[in-house]
Design a protein around this ligand. Structure first.
Ligand code: AP5
Length: 215
């Protein structure tokens, strides 16, 4: 199944995409993770992306479309995938549709994680991620067994650069500006389903499975 996850920063897209990958085997394609890896590796892409990401702005569409094309060409996407963080603009949605059509593929479901801003701010300010595998924790809602250490690979946990309050505000503004046109695009194609994401991880996962079972 080819899926897209939408939702505000901190809405839980990455957490649910990882659960789905572990339990159902659909690879998570997180454009945020791909960009952060490029930043960490100091590549040309990483250097360009960093200034947008640190400010909470979107990386230009042309860069993102090229990046997603390369990722979808990899063989692990053959049985399905979850796009986490792409598309984020109408232009990206249109480009994705063309790209998939050329591969004789299509999106099966677009899932919007609906959640209030007060909750996302609380989630983002307590989020910690591991330096090695990007595993996601929360100091209050999903703490690691040992403080500051990843349960999966033992690497140190850190706060994301863009989880500072002023950058969170900007990311939310950008999301509110861009997402209505993208959601409209998938609504007109009969693909959009919304789920209430303001619940614990397993409850949200159960809602997601229900949506997928009905697809
Ligand atoms: P990206 O990494 O995609 O960030 P985002 O969309 O802002 O989403 P987040 O990763 O912040 O949140 P999430 O919804 O995955 O939440 P999570 O599961 O971690 O993008 C970063 C930047 O890259 C962008 O700002 C932009 O610059 C650039 N970029 C990326 N894609 C782009 C594109 N297509 N075009 C242009 N630019 C692009 O959860 C958050 C916290 O809450 C965690 O601590 C977690 O443990 C906790 N949590 C999760 N679920 C629950 C729950 N049910 N109950 C309690 N706590 C929970």
């Amino acid at each position: 199944m080819n899926l897209i996850f939408f939702g505000p920063p901190g809405g839980g897209k990455g957490t649910q995409a990882r659960l789905l990958a572990a339990r159902r085997g659909f690879p998570q394609i997180s454009t945020g993770d791909i960009l952060r890896e490029a930043v960490a590796a100091g590549t040309a892409l990483g250097r360009e992306a960093r200034r947008y990401m640190d400010a909470g702005d979107l990386v230009p569409d042309a860069v993102m479309v090229g990046l997603i094309q390369q990722r979808l060409d990899r063989p692990d996407t053959g049985e399905g995938f979850t796009l986490d963080g792409f598309p984020r603009t109408l232009h990206q949605a249109q480009a994705l549709e063309r790209l998939l059509a050329a591969m004789e593929r299509e999106i099966d479901r677009a899932v919007e994680f609906q959640i209030d801003e007060e909750t996302v701010i609380r989630r983002l300010s307590g989020r910690r991620v591991c330096a090695a595998g990007g595993h996601i924790y929360h100091v209050e809602f999903a703490p690691p067994r040992r403080d500051g250490v990843c349960d999966n690979d033992g690497s140190p946990l850190r706060q994301r650069e863009d989880d500072r309050p002023e950058v969170i505000r900007r990311r939310l503004e950008v999301y509110r500006r861009e997402i209505p046109a993208v959601l409209e695009f998938y609504t007109t194609r009969g693909l959009l389903v919304a789920i209430d994401a303001a619940a614990d991880e397993e409850t949200v996962y159960g809602r997601l499975e229900e949506v997928l079972a009905a697809a």
